[in-house]
Write a protein that binds this ligand. Sequence first.
Ligand SMILES: [Zn+2]
Ligand SMILES: [Zn+2]
Length: 320
Amino acid sequence: MGGQAQGPRPSAIGQALLAISDQWTLLILQRAFLLRTKRFADWRDDLGMSESVLSNRLKELVAGGLLLPSPYREEGRTRTEYLLTEQARELWPLLVHVWSWERAWVPRRAGLPELVHETCGNRTDVELGCAACGGAPVTARDTETLRGEATFAQVAVPRLHRKTVRVNAEDDPLSYFPETFELLGDRWGTVLLAAAFLGVRRFADFQAELGVAPSVLSNRLRRFTELGVLTTDESEGGRPRYRLTDKGLAFFGVFAFLIDWAQRWYTGPPGTDLRLLHRACGKPFQPYLRCLSCGEPLERPAVAFLVGADGELRPAASTG
Ligand SMILES: [Zn+2]
Ligand SMILES: [Zn+2]
């Protein structure tokens, strides 16, 4: 993909994280999905972003193949709008799963939008299924992770941007809660979580896997413990072991969609592959979302989100 390669090429997941693990990038994509936003001024006004940050992110999204610039005429002038590419549209289930996780696990002042499944007419939630065998629900415990020989040092990627704090994010009815960004919008956060899903439990093992400075690692482990994503129990020698809580395990679906998407769109060096197997069918796990009310697979055109204080119904964007 675009950009000049420096150092070893990251794994497919590393490249995927490079493309999307940024707060503003995720919010730009979310608005494009949910509100059909495709013009500079609309993102700027809706997200309260500075113009320089917004134009920087749009450039990256175009270079990374996630947005397609398209000219349109307005008041006699040619302007540009940005359309979701097929690669970006495949992130839809990941973003819906983030919504579902926040709804279940993150208390917040402003209520999240509600998902309406138009096929059955219910306000509903989603669950994860395996498209290879049709089985659902599938949890982290129902899968097995297969990996190459590489460590996560090749998954982790340097952060492209300094973190910026978003003001009033909690009052934004569509916003991803800051907790989500700690799990998904922070490179060490995401690989730490990936390692935890792989069964890594001890400080020294995390350190060996991630190749991260001890201070950074202990900071993230403490944060994840505070967030209730990890919990500790003492074991041999009084050293803590870190385990995923139910809240942490529930993030598995997002992780599964991330791996699935990464492997369809990026290629990493040999040995850096990560694959999930669905134990029940023995096949590679192909995540899909299904409606908790009627059990049917969720397709984007049949899903709407109720947003806004007035409960105004806006269809999920199906343009592209
Ligand atoms: Zn299966
Ligand atoms: Zn349904």
